[in-house]
Design a protein around this ligand. Sequence first.
Ligand code: GTQ
Length: 355
Amino acid sequence: MNHPTELRARLYADMDPANLTPLWESLHALVPRQPRSPSVPALWRYDEVRPFLMRAGEVITAEEAIRRVLILENPGLRGQSAITQSLYAGLQLILPGEVAPSHRHTATALRFVVEGEGAFTAVNGERTTMRPGDFIITPSWTWHDHGNESDQPVVWLDALDIPTLRLLDAGFAEDYGAAQQPVLRSEGSNFARFGSNMAPMAHDAETDPHGATSPLFCYPYARSREALARLRRDAPVDPWDGVKLRYVNPATGGWPTPTLATFLQLLPAGFEGKAWRQTDGAVFSVVEGRGRAVIERDVDGQVHRSVFEFGPRDHFVVPSWHCCRLAASEDTVLFSFSDRPIHSALGVLRQERLD
Ligand code: GTQ
């Protein structure tokens, strides 16, 4: 009875009620040689998702749902409302005439418009009309409501740092008390102040004094798309990324939000990208074109490979430290977001470009 295995088992059992557990049984899992994310590569084809979204539109109103969203749940994280361990993503539907009531929360949100035109989101007293491909920020703790005064359904991608705030136990939220916040400024006022590589002279009380979140809250697709078109003609195409730009906070040059990094890239027709991997898990929203993502991970010498053929409005996730190669059969534009600002802030960001 004094064989080490039995003595150990007895120790574990005896100390368990005291909330004690031996490190040596889990050391390798706790301090891995390299990331072994429980999240897996996944693709959501818009053809498949859209009918469910429209059915959601028949069974619940935006007002009753507060936010009528189908969560893109990672198959490796079912039940956790997460697309990666740190990030949440969903597709939100707002039908003509509907309002998603005003509230605020500590979670930072971004919207990326997927289908339809003419809905608006209001942030801190100013509305912005949503057009396909627009990237819109809802900074932490700002009042926001969404409405649709057009005659078509509007769908956008929501990305929030909800799982990160859950980890930190830093989630707070409040309802505004009325469906919509008052409009204090005319549309375009924010863009005039911050969207022209210029900034107001006077200290703007409504901008974030810490500079953690961009004071510009809408980055219109037309501008970003034009930049990519121009660079495609004038600059070398990167063998890994094609033509890729990151969105910036114009006040700091840093990421637009403290937790979410965002990017827009163009893959020219015929592009066959080289492989890369990075610790930040990334989610892609296909804006234009068609292509393929090949995502691989080596698990104990065995290669797991996913091949996703994607087209407009499809979404896919590349989890941490998975090798990804992107290819395009037509000119393709991809929006993506990741948790890179968190990795950078903690000094643990790793990126590799492979051959
Ligand atoms: O629009 O405020 O997808 O609070 C999840 C939580 C959207 C929003 C989501 C939210 C919102």
